[in-house]
Design a protein around this ligand. Structure first.
Ligand code: AMP
Length: 303
């Protein structure tokens, strides 16, 4: 297995202009692993409480997601409560209840330690650092974070960003992190801290992928039905890293990173069409290739 994810598994309570749901299944590792599992098998590290539904764990296990690194602890599962206004690009947090994550000290199963592709999903930076200390010479490490950790844990966050290859955040977060409004300048500042690439998620405006010397922009697919943007970022990351991990041992090219961006965008475009993981977990490989084709048609032009 070539791809490892650490992140949250959660109950989410969400209000959007299109409806409201209470305690549905979410979390960065949940969305990421489901999305990536369409492309490669995934190793997952996370913790849930005894209240987490067994049937969801069974669904993940049936999707070639290795759950050896999933701990079930006495206590309650992480709970995030948030809402979106008509600007679906900004999630407003009402409460974050860490619950079993508060005392979580992940110990990587021995078989996980040589995984070449690692995704440090949105979770406490101290835990992300902990995982990095336990993996042996990974080929590529990407990291996601959010305003909660930028505010509450700036020191460990800066330390872990300095150790990864790709920072993957949304545009508000990269501005907050760097104090720089202009996204190209903000990305350049992050590249100065260590990562060689910055992937900036811009909600309905798509994705901007910057490295030293290259830029790639992907639109978001213009959808008629969007219910809930929760999980779009993690589904994007799952498609992105899943594609890269599927490339085998060869050297990754700029075109691989572009295609990874499009796989991420295609899968994420399905996630937002329903609340929770409902749509994401019921895709077919044809759905994904159809959406890739639609993206090609959307952006094709000649000069
Ligand atoms: P996104 O893909 O960026 O929309 O992330 C959505 C997921 O992030 C939700 O399912 C939440 O459970 C999870 N989440 C929200 N706040 C946090 C946090 N502080 N740490 C880890 N995960 C979080």
């Amino acid at each position: 297995m070539r791809l490892l994810v650490v992140g949250s598994m959660a109950f989410d309570s969400i209000r959007s202009p299109f409806g409201e749901v209470e305690r549905v299944v979410g979390g960065s590792a949940t969305y990421f692993s489901l999305a990536a599992s369409y492309l490669v098998p995934v190793r997952l590290v996370s913790v849930v409480g005894t209240d987490f539904p067994a049937e969801v764990i069974r669904t993940l296990a049936s999707r070639s997601i290795d759950l050896t690194g999933l701990k079930v602890s006495e206590g309650k599962t992480f709970h995030w409560k948030g809402f979106y206004e008509y600007d679906l690009n900004t999630a407003h947090t009402v409460t974050t209840e860490l619950n079993v994550f508060r005392d979580f000290a992940p110990v990587l199963p021995e078989v996980y330690r040589d995984t070449p592709y690692v995704f440090l999903g949105n979770i406490a930076p101290a835990l992300q650092l902990d995982i990095l200390r336990q993996v042996r010479r990974p080929k590529l490490v990407a990291l996601d974070t959010m305003n909660y950790w930028i505010e509450s844990s700036p020191g460990p966050l800066r330390e872990v960003i300095g150790k990864v290859d790709i920072l993957m955040v949304n545009e508000g977060e990269v501005r907050m992190l760097t104090g720089e409004y202009n996204l190209v300048k903000a990305a350049r500042r992050v590249i100065g801290w260590g990562p060689s690439r910055v992937v900036i998620k811009r909600g309905e405006y798509g994705v901007l992928h910057l490295s030293d010397g290259t830029m790639f922009a992907a639109p978001a697919y213009p959808l008629e039905t969007i219910f809930d943007p929760t999980g779009a970022g993690d589904s994007f990351a799952g498609g992105f890293m899943g594609y890269l991990a599927s490339c085998g041992d060869r050297e990754l090219t700029d075109m691989d990173f572009r295609l990874a961006t499009m796989y991420g965008s295609a899968i994420a475009s399905y996630t937002v069409e329903a609340f929770s993981t409902e749509k994401l977990q019921n895709l077919t490989p044809e759905d994904i290739s159809d959406r890739l084709g639609s993206f090609l048609a959307l952006t094709e032009f000649r000069v």
